[in-house]
Design a protein around this ligand. Sequence first.
Ligand code: GLC
Length: 625
Amino acid sequence: MLSNLFKKGANKMEQATEVLKERLAARHDELRWLYMELYNNGDMFAELCDQIYQFAVNRDAQLQKLDRSREKDPTWFRKNDMLGMMLYIDNFAGNLKGVKSKLDYLESCHVNCIHLMPFLESPKGRSDGGYAVADFRKVQPQLGTMDDLAQLAKACHKKGMNLCMDFVMNHTSEDHEWAKKARQGDGEYMSRYFFYDDPSIPQQYDQTVPQVFPTTAPGNFTYLDEMGYYVMTSFYPYQWDLNYRNPRVFNEMMYNFLYLANQGIDIIRIDAVPYIWKELGTSCRNLPQVHTIVRMMRIICEIVCPSVLLLGEVVMEPEKVVPYFGTVEKPECHMLYNVTTMATTWHSVATRDIRLLKKQMDIVNSLPKDYLFLNYLRCHDDIGWGLDYPTLEGYGMQEVGHKRFLNQYFTGAYENSGSRGELYNDDPVTQDARFCGTTASMCGVESAIFERNEEKLTHAIRMDLMLHAYMLTQSGIPMLYSGDEIGQLNDYTYKQDEDKKEDSRYIHRGKFQWNLAALNVKEGTVQEQIFHGLEELEKIRRMRHVFDSDVAVYTYDVKDNAILGILRQNEEERFIGLFNFHDEPRTAWMEEPGEYTNLLTNEQVTVRDLLIPGHDFLWLSKKLG
Ligand code: GLC
């Protein structure tokens, strides 16, 4: 079979074919084994191999070169200079060409990995922010073309930057060609989704499957009146879940995946990955078959485009997240979001108590360094309070009451909270609600500006920078949210937009304020203080190997539950970061006093008992050896 595959293009690209042959030979057996285990369909597997071959030989020569160089340096993405930023193309720069013209700005932010939020064809008003894809091979016309995307990728590569995009594989838009044909009753296409005419089956699913959007899109099925069928829609009613039991779905989605990778994308974010396999009587989350599929994607990726990384979006409790790395021998995703740490960070802000955060970080830090997390403070989604409640109960905090407290705290209901934002999917049944807002607004910048309170503003900016410094210190890769580098505030204009007003996530998806960004050079402005503050931190970070992703990271106890201590150490340097989560000055008591350099002021400090102002931080370093 292998030899057949290679007859076709053999003389075209001898050398590339040799490399490809080696990659395939090394992985073919496992791929076949996994595929047959799931689908037991030799013909479809042969077709998949044929397409793998086609996508591999048609891959741009420059990208093939990049593949080979990254294969030789498999830790290329674990260096201390990796810094991501996620942005909406239209909000940031109008369209793809606009983003290309703004690469210098991103470079000035030290960003070298750009996550473009969804930009593929998606119906207006029924798009879920672009996560309802109607055509995986077409860019939304107002944002540009596939060629613009490829040009942007090229321009990024020239500057040593990477490009990341979403691959929304759990569902398609109801406007996707397959969905349209299914709606017309074409059985071949109906079998690519989950259709039931008997209401008892959706009812059975609903008994075990939790809801994603309990208030904005309740239920897991949508009844299609004109057809007399229910279709599975775990997310919005216009997002139809794909049926990966059908090998045609898997194969076609892999071809779409490779098509996108071949545009020059470096990192593919696999959206909502835990949901992709459904089984009656289960929660339809994290089923074993999901891992078979992700492992196959990894193998296919390593054959066709080994320079491409897989970033899994697994918004689950930590014990459910880690399996998506696979094992060290049989890896799945290269990177995963550090979602629990993110939520726990904000919990620590509200409680001024870092115990749970420390515990969470200890778990992450003890994992093999091959498991790389993407750290962030805010992203385009809400913050779900998926905390470790059994541990919190030990501290006297109960789940329902604590969630209520957090939501009230961050909506600014308490006197001592400057945070501003809105609830998301406030579910009256479970009394569960999530939270939306920008980092700066959550830190109190918005309320301080509104109250014209200079003191509060200074404090809020300090807290914003402290949280960023902490994020840059964590084990893994930091990812900024566009606008956070200039302290952008909540945007309430979505309430005037018919298509957006029901979805409060748009409060932190506002247009990038270029007029405010221009102030980042004007001393004393909010923008300058945050931009400049971040710049200093990023400069320090990229100069020191102690910030490489493979370096050992530990938490460091300083005898005060309001101060988080993080230690990073390699052979040359011992680095200690101290972050005061309290609004009042607190003392960090060091077990091993010593002489350190304050990296921000370059001063020598005797580290013994250190008084740290409210919401401030210290970056300390000592040369070793
Ligand atoms: C992911 C996205 C979210 C979207 C959902 C459905 O969770 O981050 O924005 O609503 O997938 O595709």
